[in-house]
Design a protein around this ligand. Structure first.
Ligand code: MF3
Ligand code: CO
Length: 249
């Protein structure tokens, strides 16, 4: 029922730390002119170096080692010949398996000078994640997290994606419960001590509606406006939660 043993949490934390280390190394190497396949090659190299496997490669047939989603791409962008350029929002999503357990985290980065509204979208999404995290504790419900995220995002004039959600994390990438980025206070799944969940707001500058590209994976906004995504894996405690995808946590 989602509650993990102490040894399991330790393992998810080990995976989570490596996951964030790799994610930040990739983020720090982003330069305009790089193709997304080059970025994925770097991810592959770092995963080998850290002796971890991609949690995404082969998952339901996903063909990449990480997800790289640019501008109107919301999530699940497949590494390709596409070139990143100044002014882009590049969302990086990394999941790794270490010793049978998974860590999952994501950030969105602005490349070079980016337009003010795009920077605001990144900042609001990052803050929405922090607000979601600060709402998570034993006794709260997934609807409390969703409501906190949704109301903050909408107050800032943006919209939350409804068709994809956060999720439990453990031996598998997607476990119970679903952790939507919208909801109502007091509704949804009851969180208990030692549950491990990934909270991952996906925020659109325009409407929440989505389309899936013909590659079967890439999720894009229907209106073509940009989107941002941040994610951390956390363990629920009695007075809050602890982020497991932290380098020095
Ligand atoms: N972090 C994303 C998620 O939790 C990445 C999944 S990509 C997939 O849904 F390829 F593995 F599906
Ligand atoms: Co996730």
């Amino acid at each position: 029922m989602g509650v993990k043993k102490a040894e399991e949490i330790e393992k998810i934390k080990k995976a989570g730390r490596i996951c964030k280390k790799i994610l930040l190394e990739i983020a720090n190497s982003l330069k305009e002119g790089m193709s997304t396949i080059e970025i994925a090659k770097l991810a592959e190299y770092l995963m080998e170096k850290e002796k971890v496997k991609s949690a995404f490669y082969g998952y339901r047939g996903y063909p990449g080692v990480i997800c790289i989603s640019i501008n109107e791409e919301v999530v699940h962008g497949i590494p390709s010949e596409k070139i990143i350029k100044a002014g882009d929002i590049v969302s990086l999503d990394v999941g790794v398996v270490k010793d049978g357990y998974i860590g999952d985290c994501a950030i969105s980065c602005g490349i070079g000078n980016i337009p003010k509204e795009k920077q605001k979208l990144i900042d609001v999404t990052k803050m929405a994640l922090e607000i979601g995290i600060s709402t998570a504790r034993a006794g709260s419900r997934t609807g409390d997290i969703g409501w906190a995220i949704q109301s903050y995002v909408e107050k800032n004039g943006f919209s939350v994606v409804r068709d994809f959600a956060g999720h439990g994390v453990g031996k598998y990438l997607h476990e119970e419960p679903d952790v939507p980025n919208f909801g109502r206070p007091g509704k949804g799944y009851l969180l208990k001590e030692n549950m491990v969940i990934a909270i991952e707001p996906m925020v659109n500058m325009g409407r929440p509606d989505l389309k899936i590209l013909s590659d079967g994976w890439t999720v894009v906004t229907a209106d073509g406006l940009p989107s941002a995504h941040f994610e951390e894996t956390v363990v629920i405690t009695n007075n809050g939660c602890e982020i497991l995808t932290l380098i020095d946590g």
